[in-house]
Write a protein that binds this ligand. Structure first.
Ligand SMILES: Cc1ncc(COP(=O)(O)O)c(C=O)c1O
Length: 393
């Protein structure tokens, strides 16, 4: 038989454990889904109406592939309002969703065989994306003591991971699944480290507004120079409840404005035109909604905290940001089977810890990820059922 004409890096993209679990329960109304990263809120009406109006006004054609100027300006204005920064509009691209922004930043930095340091545990699509562009993910795991303690980044481990093939460091802060937030000091250290080694930083800040002890998480935009090799990825998905819209943005180095716009053309010829008008409304009128979303997630986080305290097998590091509980379950050795059993026995969908790093990382198998952005009532019901199931699993 003829060999399949497919790039090896594509063949070796690993299996997605979250998908494996969700396939068991998707579409079953009695299963409470905490496996994906989204709230159960429909996008607010002022955003939907802006997109509907754009449709009615005929915004159904190709537009500027780096993003509609109205939206790029709205991103500049929003950044000024929330971070006090004067961003050069040339640095802003709207390629589609944040996932496409990640791919675009990787396409800009990675040659086949190059290594990308990925701070983990991390959302699997990130290291699959590194593989998809022909790169090799090298994992540097955040550290946490078993049974308690906070996540922290070990800079010595980071230094040990660098080889002549290293091109970039991927850092999601706030992180998915850990909720770890890099402090401004840690970001400065990371930037100095990247500059010293000639590496790019891919800073994923899609949960930047979803933090609990500050108005927003520290941003690399506040410390990087316009021509540093820093790519800041952001999204409308999480804070504005727009996961299905597939829209986000990328702020890149000023000197790469042209290649980034070209890549945006090649990948998707930019984001959906009428969706961009919804995104403008999100930025211009959405501050109250985002605050509401943070309050809702803070309530979910408290419910999770009470749950963890009520269980003798469960610990966590209370997340500083994002909307996930990455819980450690004492005695659990195979998180995928455990998550599948929870769908069957408790009718609750969770993500297996093993999905958030390479298969060789046995540490992750001690963990499960639960999204707590859903309505408090549903979350309490789900956790009640998980607590019951934990007695016998
Ligand atoms: C860390 C991280 N980056 C990027 C994304 C993707 O966001 P988008 O929906 O805009 O593609 C997610 C979604 O879960 C995420 O958790």
């Amino acid at each position: 038989m003829a060999k399949t004409p497919i790039r090896q890096s594509i063949e070796f993209i690993g299996r997605n454990g979250i998908g494996e679990v969700s396939r068991l329960g998707l579409g079953h109304k009695d299963v409470i889904p905490l496996w994906f990263g989204e709230s159960d809120l429909v996008t607010p009406d002022f955003i939907r109406n802006a997109a509907k109006q754009a449709l009615d006004e005929g915004q159904t054609f190709y537009t500027f592939s780096a993003g509609h100027p109205r939206l790029r300006q709205a991103i500049v204005d929003w950044t000024k309002r929330h971070y006090g920064l004067a961003l050069d509009i040339d640095r802003v691209t709207v390629p589609g969703a944040a996932m496409l922004a990640v791919i675009t930043a990787l396409q800009c930095t990675v040659e086949t065989g190059d290594e990308v340091i990925v701070i983990s545990p991390v959302w699997p699509n990130i290291f699959f994306a590194v593989q998809a562009v022909g790169g090799k993910p090298v994992f540097v795991r955040l550290e946490r003591a078993h049974g308690g303690g906070d996540w922290s980044l070990n800079f010595d481990a980071l230094a040990r991971a660098v080889t002549p093939r290293t091109k970039a460091i991927f850092c999601a802060s706030p992180g998915n699944p850990t909720g770890w937030v890099a402090s401004a000091e840690e970001q400065k250290k990371l930037l100095a480290f990247a500059r010293a080694h000639g590496l790019a930083i891919l800073a994923d800040e899609v949960y930047g507004q979803l933090v609990y002890d500050a108005p927003n998480a520290p941003s690399f935009l506040s410390i990087a120079e316009p021509d540093d090799n820093v790519f800041v990825i952001n999204s409308f998905s999480k804070a504005w409840a727009m996961t299905g819209w597939r829209i986000g943005w990328l702020v890149g180095p000023k000197r790469l404005a042209r290649p980034l716009a070209q890549l945006s053309t090649l990948n998707n010829t930019g984001a959906t035109t009428f969706a961009q008008f919804g995104a403008v409304a999100a930025l211009e009128q959405g501050d109250d909604f985002v605050r509401e979303m943070v309050r809702r997630c803070a309530r979910g986080r408290e419910i999770m905290d009470q749950f963890v305290r009520s269980q003798n097998r469960v610990t966590w590091s209370k997340p500083e940001g994002a909307f996930y509980a990455f819980i450690e379950v004492d005695g659990m050795k195979d998180s995928l089977s455990f998550a599948k059993a929870l769908v069957e026995k408790a009718r609750v969908g969770v993500a297996p810890g093993s999905a958030f790093g390479p298969e060789t990382d046995a540490e992750n198998d001690r963990y499960l990820r639960l999204c707590f952005a859903i309505s408090p009532d549903k979350l309490e019901t789900a956790l009640g059922r998980v607590g019951e199931a934990l007695k016998s699993l």
